[in-house]
Design a protein around this ligand. Structure first.
Ligand SMILES: Nc1ncnc2c1ncn2[C@@H]1O[C@H](COP(=O)(O)OP(=O)(O)OP(=O)(O)O)[C@@H](O)[C@H]1O
Ligand SMILES: [Mg+2]
Length: 252
């Protein structure tokens, strides 16, 4: 087994006094897709947000434990969170393109980082949109507003926006659950196609999606990581009754 790209140790997150994540430890291998599953309120989004320090934006959030990326704890005061979010990008449940052109959405992160050369930007746009499997649909309307796209197209533009900053890790919080089945299928295929280049953490409610595209799966319940295993093993022979009940649809 190769070395972990990301190691979460003894991570707890509180919203005021409420503990939403309870001493979770797990590690992620490079270029694997890890599915994070569990019922509503189990702490899946809280974990993703902790991994790129989104809690910093909320004074009610307290985080303890560590998240080591590239040999360095991202909770160290020396971490530059702008740099961090370039390396660890995030895609949300609701497609959230900025109210600007498709082109400007994709180059947003590059412009923030001071890239001005038009040729560099043009190439980055084409490459990111290609990788997000939406280039052919938008190449003739790059300067139209991203808001005019369908939800599924908007979500692929959001994936392209993240890819343009050349992340190593992509956090995906239910990226297909707000989409119709055809758009959801396209995003899922796109993610699967990105597997050889990126490490992905995918929160999903779809057991089918988890079993189709993930290598590993973690099952959360009430802030605890109950079980973490190879996806095939988890779905064929879950080790805990709660996991079995959840994946067979007895609750959730
Ligand atoms: N901003 C917040 N302020 C207070 N409590 C919060 C906040 N965000 C989440 N929580 C609480 O933390 C717990 C974990 O929430 P989280 O959003 O991580 O769950 P989840 O597994 O992503 O659920 P869902 O499947 O519904 O998205 C829940 O009890 C939730 O109510
Ligand atoms: Mg959530």
């Amino acid at each position: 087994m190769s070395e972990a790209i990301l190691q979460v140790s003894d991570l707890s997150v509180y919203y005021n006094k409420k503990k939403a994540l309870n001493s979770v430890s797990l590690s992620f291998q490079p270029k694997e897709i890890t599915a994070l599953i569990g019922p509503s309120g189990s702490g899946k989004s809280t974990l993703l947000k902790a991994i790129n320090r989104m809690g910093d934006l909320n004074p009610e959030v307290t985080t303890t434990g560590s998240v080591v990326y590239n040999g360095h704890n991202i909770y160290s005061p020396r971490t530059d969170t702008v740099e961090l979010r370039k390396e660890i990008g995030m895609v949300f449940q609701q497609p959230n393109p900025f109210p600007m052109s498709i082109y400007e959405n994709v180059v947003y992160g590059l412009r923030i980082n001071g890239v001005k050369d038009k040729q560099v930007l043009d190439e980055a746009v084409e490459k990111a949109l290609q990788r997000a499997s939406i280039w052919d649909e938008v190449k003739d309307r790059l300067h139209d507003s991203a808001i005019g796209l369908s939800g599924g197209q908007q979500q692929r533009v959001c994936v392209a926006r993240v890819l343009a900053t050349s992340p190593k890790i992509i956090l995906l919080d239910e990226p297909t659950s707000a989409l119709d089945p055809i758009s959801a299928g396209k995003i899922e295929e796109t993610l699967y196609g990105l597997k050889d280049k990126y490490t992905m953490l995918l929160v999903t409610r779809s057991m089918q999606q988890a079993s189709r595209i993930s290598d590993k799966t973690g099952f959360f319940l009430d802030g605890d990581l109950i079980e973490f295993n190879d996806t095939k093993k988890m779905f064929l022979s879950p080790q805990h009754k709660e996991t079995e009940d959840y994946i067979t649809g007895k609750f959730g």
